[in-house]
Design a protein around this ligand. Structure first.
Ligand SMILES: C[S@@+](CC[C@H](N)C(=O)[O-])C[C@H]1O[C@@H](n2cnc3c(N)ncnc32)[C@H](O)[C@@H]1O
Length: 240
């Protein structure tokens, strides 16, 4: 079976509901520059890493477990002429050895499940950055609470509770970059187009019914409730 996300996200630059402008805005807020070192855990196809290195001249280490994405990330870094600045490591972010206090910023955009949730992610990334550096997470949150019984909470909580978890980890929230409805529609629609194109290219593939069912279920959940009720934001927190 082709991995669902390798099909559905093959056209994505950013594998989250955000935009290149917002990733650059993040870099400005973090005061990144040529001397900065950034760790991007679960870096996907290096969309954020390429934008940050290209815009600010910072060094980025990206860690990505999926072979398909890590290989594409390396290609995109090469194509952007950024091989001197961006290193892509294929492997499990949870097992990646990092010397404490060695990065100016540690990012995990859309993958806190790697450490079983936000608290675990903050506990893992906090020690990695120097004092005065930043831990950055991209997380979904609910705009509507409590949720209707039939809606799966997908492990997300309301925004205030997300910020509470960051504060309890001893970090100071200094930047919030929220996703717009356009960001969401772009992110979700790219899945639909990629899935339909892949299905048209592979009509007899034994996995085609599974790919169709999965993407249509995602699309239905988005259109029925999530588009209205699910938020996503980048939270940047300073380590005192
Ligand atoms: C929602 S995508 C986000 C990708 C990227 N951060 C971005 O914003 O474009 C989540 C990524 O986490 C990766 N991932 C999942 N588990 C991982 C792990 N244990 N270690 C490293 N990467 C992992 C997935 O392969 C996927 O690329």
């Amino acid at each position: 079976m082709p991995w669902y996300y390798a099909v559905a996200e093959r056209d994505h630059v950013l594998q989250n509901p955000t935009s290149p402008e917002k990733i650059r805005q993040l870099g400005e807020r973090l005061r990144l520059g040529p001397g900065s070192r950034v760790l991007d855990m679960a870096c996907g196809m290096a969309g954020p890493a390429v934008l940050l290195a290209d815009t600010f001249g910072c060094r980025v280490v990206g860690v990505e477990r999926a072979h398909e994405f890590a290989a594409e990330a390396k290609r995109r870094v090469e194509d952007a002429g950024l091989a001197e600045l961006v290193e892509i490591v294929e492997g499990d972010a949870a097992a990646f050895p990092v010397e404490p206090g060695t990065f100016d910023a540690a990012l995990c955009l859309g993958a806190s499940f790697v450490w079983s949730g936000l608290e675990g992610t903050l506990a893992a990334l906090g020690p990695v950055v120097r004092a005065g550096g930043h831990v950055v997470v991209g997380e979904p949150y609910w705009r509507v609470w409590p949720l209707p019984d039939e809606v799966d909470d997908i492990g997300a909580v309301p925004l205030r509770d997300t910020v509470g978890r960051i504060e309890r980890a001893g970090l100071k929230l200094v930047t919030l970059i929220d996703s717009s409805l356009d960001d969401w529609d772009t992110y979700e629609s790219l899945h639909w187009r990629a899935a339909e194109e892949w299905l048209a290219e592979n009509p007899g593939d034994p996995d085609a019914p599974g790919i169709r069912t999965r993407y249509e279920q995602h699309r239905e959940a988005y259109l029925a409730f999530e588009r209205e009720a699910l938020g996503w934001a980048i939270f940047a927190a300073r380590k005192p």
